[in-house]
Design a protein around this ligand. Structure first.
Ligand code: CA
Length: 227
C-alpha cells in the first residue's frame, strides 16, 4: 500500500511519515500542493493524506484538480480544529474523510484502514470494451477500430448501459426507464430511434455487429453470432 502525504509542517510531516512507514505503508511526503498534485497524478497511490493550508496550491484546489482525473482515489483531509466549515467544504469537494488537528496517530491509522478497505470495494469501472469498441467514462470517449466516434449525451448513456450489462437482453421499457428516466410502456419509439442512431454510428461501418435486436424481447450488446 502506498500513501502520499502532502503536509508543509516539517514536524508533523516527519512524525507522520515515520509512523506510517512503521505501520507498513510506503509513504512519500511532499510539502506543497503543486508537488502533491504532480506526484498524485504521475505515481500510483492507494490513498492521499492532504493538509488544507499548503503553499503554492491549497488543499481545496489540489483536491479539485485531482478529482478531475482520479475520481475514486481515497483522500483524507487534515484540517485545523477551528475551521469546522472546512470539513463540509472538503467533503463537498470529494474528500472521503477528514481528521482535525491535532489528532492521535491511532485515530489516523484507523481512518486509513477504513478508507483503504472502502477504496478496494468501490474500485469503480471506468473503461469498457467489447471487440474493438472502447468506452472511456472519464474521458467521455468512444472509439471503434481506433476511430473516434462522436455520440450525443443520450447515445453515450445508452452505450454505457449496454457496456455495463453486456450479454444481457435489455427490454425497451427497461432501457427507457434507465436512460430516459421515464416510463414508455406504450411508446418505446424513442428508444428504437436512439438505438438505430447509435447502431449507425458504432456498427454500420464495422464488423462484427455488436448491438443485436432480439425480436419481441429487446436489445443485447454482444458479438454477433455468424453461424
Ligand atoms: Ca499546513
Amino acid at each position: 500500500m502506498r500513501i502520499l502525504l502532502v503536509e508543509d509542517e516539517q514536524k508533523t510531516g516527519d512524525y507522520l511519515q515515520k509512523g506510517l512507514t512503521e505501520a507498513g505503508y510506503i509513504t512519500d511526503w511532499v510539502q506543497d500542493g503543486l508537488s502533491g498534485l504532480h506526484q498524485a497524478v504521475t505515481e500510483n497511490y492507494d490513498l492521499i493524506i492532504l493538509d488544507v493550508m499548503l503553499p503554492k496550491l491549497d488543499g481545496w484546489k489540489t483536491l479539485t484538480e485531482l478529482r478531475k482525473t482520479h475520481r475514486t482515489l481515497p483522500v483524507l483531509f487534515l484540517t485545523a480544529r477551528d475551521q469546522i466549515e472546512d470539513r463540509v467544504k472538503g467533503l463537498e469537494l470529494g474528500a472521503d474523510d477528514y481528521l482535525i488537528k491535532p489528532f492521535a496517530f491511532a485515530e489516523l491509522l484507523a481512518r486509513i484502514k477504513t478508507l483503504l478497505r472502502r477504496g478496494m470495494l468501490k474500485e469503480e469501472v471506468t473503461f469498457f470494451a467489447i471487440a474493438d469498441l472502447h468506452l472511456d467514462l472519464i474521458k467521455r470517449r468512444v472509439i471503434r477500430s481506433g476511430k473516434r466516434i462522436d455520440l450525443t449525451a443520450k447515445e453515450f448513456a445508452l452505450l454505457e448501459l449496454f457496456m455495463r450489462r453486456q450479454g444481457e437482453v435489455l427490454p425497451k421499457s427497461l432501457i427507457a426507464s434507465l436512460v430516459w428516466d421515464m416510463n414508455f410502456d406504450s411508446d418505446t419509439n424513442v428508444v428504437e430511434v436512439a438505438i438505430r442512431r447509435l447502431r449507425n454510428k458504432i456498427d454500420q461501418d464495422f464488423h462484427p455487429k455488436l448491438i443485436q435486436n432480439i425480436r419481441g424481447m429487446g436489445y443485447v450488446l454482444e458479438i454477433e453470432d455468424e453461424t
